[in-house]
Design a protein. Structure first.
Length: 119
């Protein structure tokens, strides 16, 4: 049973993203796009859990979120949004306002660009 271990991770981390793959190697377009949105909004730190690592992990997040399709973002131990919800919150600016860190922008040739993200 993975539920006790994953419940502990949700309790120990402010933000947990259940995604296909990892932030540096997403395995689906939706997971890649969510990582891009979180990066652009400077939402750090967050923990990522690969739902492809074992079917029980995918089963856990699908049953807990009551959503069929990932990725799923949990904040403070509770389900926050799936892909469509994260996209909507990103487009409205709510994601950056609620969780973003105002980082220092690059200077010089790439002035105004976001720095490389750390996870």
């Amino acid at each position: 049973a993975v539920a006790p271990d994953l419940d502990a991770e949700l309790a120990a981390n402010k933000m947990v993203l259940f995604m296909e793959g990892s932030p540096d190697a997403p395995k689906s377009e939706a997971s890649l796009n969510v990582v891009k949105m979180l990066t652009q909004a400077q939402v750090v730190p967050f923990m990522a859990v690969d739902t492809l690592a074992h079917p029980a992990i995918l089963g856990y997040t699908v049953s807990k979120s009551a959503r069929r399709r990932g990725p799923h973002l949990y904040v403070g131990g509770s389900f926050y949004a799936d892909y469509e919800g994260i996209l909507s919150k990103h487009q409205s600016g709510e994601l950056a306002k609620a969780f973003g860190v105002q980082g220092t922008k690059s200077t010089g040739t790439f002035g105004g660009e976001l720095p490389i993200a750390t996870y």
